[in-house]
Design a protein around this ligand. Structure first.
Ligand code: DON
Length: 309
């Protein structure tokens, strides 16, 4: 699609972008667990939510899917809120890894390289407090709901499959315990991590979550605070350098905003102070990013000059 004028009403513009990329059928749905392998590859939603609470949703913006790795920035945010920056920085690095998201590796200080890869997310999950219920998984799911502006639930079928097949994640969890990045039983942190990945969301939910990041932790629809303002910079910074797996550099050059993707087919992008964007389409490229998601963000970046540098 050529660059279009941005004087179009937002929904008309988004519908046009949706139409342009609905014929894009490249990529394949994630197949590492049966419930994802069986997912319908066709749904396609785009949703934009502004920090003053305008919602623009087109396509399949209300279709449910699992949040997967898009839970990582929000897990990191809760770990930061619970433990403070110094402790979290001591245990989890902030450098892009250059390795696959599930790599079994640590930095020279013996920490997971960043919170957007599995090792860092499992370490962050281990830092989440249990709160009143004493259950950190429940508290993290509740916290995701504050970001989204509604109560969210775990997809139990996906959770069971993640648990059953997550040997590599389990290896990472035990490695983290061995080097002191995790205290206590690694299975507890893994339970929190697997549950967080299995939370069911819609494209609309993700756009509200992204807009809450754009609004420095204030949900634009409910007015609830999801995280202290001061921690948002830390979260958005690691999303900028590490959010798009091995394509983070390419993403920064082409799209230029903090983002995170998940193997369920979701992608979020944040324009700080302005808006959050989410795209949902389950077919993934070779690095695990939604093909249509990447295409839509590239288009939006050209048309709306998303680039923050
Ligand atoms: O840890 C796993 O295998 C998946 N639940 C990870 C989800 C995901 O989106 C991969 N991302 N980095």
């Amino acid at each position: 699609m050529d660059q279009v004028t941005t004087t179009l009403p937002v929904e008309t513009y988004l519908r046009r972008v949706h139409r342009t990329f609905s014929g894009l059928k490249d990529g394949a749905v994630a197949d590492y667990i049966p419930p994802l392998a069986a997912a319908d590859p066709e749904p396609f939603g785009i949703c934009v939510v502004t920090v003053d609470g305008q919602v623009y949703a087109v396509g399949d913006s209300d279709a449910p899917f699992t949040i997967q790795s898009i839970s990582k920035p929000f897990t990191y945010a809760l770990a930061l809120a619970d433990r403070g920056l110094p402790e979290v920085r001591r245990r989890i690095g902030v450098e892009p890894s250059g390795d696959a998201f599930n790599s079994i590796s640590l930095d020279s200080a013996g920490r997971p390289r960043n919170p957007m890869i599995n090792a860092g997310a499992i370490a962050a999950a281990g830092l989440v407090d249990g709160g009143e219920s004493g259950d950190p998984a429940e508290r993290l799911v509740e916290s995701l709901g504050v970001w989204a502006g509604r109560r969210l639930e775990v997809d139990e079928e996906v959770f069971a499959a993640e648990q059953e097949t997550g040997h590599r994640n389990r290896a990472i969890g035990h490695m983290l315990r061995a080097v002191g990045s995790l205290d206590g039983d690694p299975e507890r942190a893994l339970d929190v991590y697997f549950r967080a990945c299995s939370v069911e969301v819609t494209c609309r939910d993700l756009a509200v979550m992204a807009a809450t990041l754009a609004g420095r932790g204030l949900n634009p629809l409910t007015g609830a605070r999801a995280v202290p303002d001061a921690l948002v910079t830390q979260v958005l910074s690691v999303m900028t350098t590490c959010g798009m797996y091995d394509a983070a550099g390419e993403w920064l050059v082409n799209v230029g905003i903090p983002a995170k993707s998940g193997v369920g087919g979701g992608v979020i992008g944040v324009m700080p102070g302005q808006l959050g964007v989410a795209v949902f389409s389950p077919r993934l490229d070779a690095v695990g990013n939604s093909v249509r998601g990447v295409a839509v963000f590239n288009q939006l970046a050209r048309d709306l000059r998303l680039h923050f540098v």
